[in-house]
Design a protein around this ligand. Structure first.
Ligand SMILES: [Zn+2]
Length: 107
């Protein structure tokens, strides 16, 4: 799907960032004595978010497979095409701007 080339790249970048973030958590978990406060805060935030990181990975992989199968970019609420600019800024968006703004979503 040439159409979503940019979105695809964004998604792959996001996956890469998450991968790096996860390996950083693993690396940092052994650091106890020379912990910099900022790193510690950063680390605890990341650990709190590990569940959401895992679901982000699922979402990214789902979006990538949707791009491949040609079902990507449709609003889950109304079925309309989500604007490409919206997808470029938020590749994991499942809803069109209209539905997202109304907050009237089927979840
Ligand atoms: Zn919609």
């Amino acid at each position: 799907m040439k159409e979503f080339k940019q979105v695809r790249e964004n998604l792959l970048d996001m996956l890469e960032d998450i991968d790096q973030g996860l390996s950083k958590i693993t690396d940092d978990s052994t650091v106890t004595d020379k912990v910099v406060t900022k790193d510690l805060q950063d680390l605890s935030i990341k650990q709190d978010n590990q569940d959401s990181i895992v679901s982000d990975i699922d979402n990214i992989k789902r979006a990538l497979s949707q791009i491949d199968s040609g079902t990507y970019g449709l609003c889950l609420n109304c079925g309309q095409t989500i604007k490409k600019e919206h997808l470029n800024s938020d590749p994991l968006s499942n809803y069109c701007i209209h539905c997202a703004e109304n907050g009237d979503l089927i979840t």
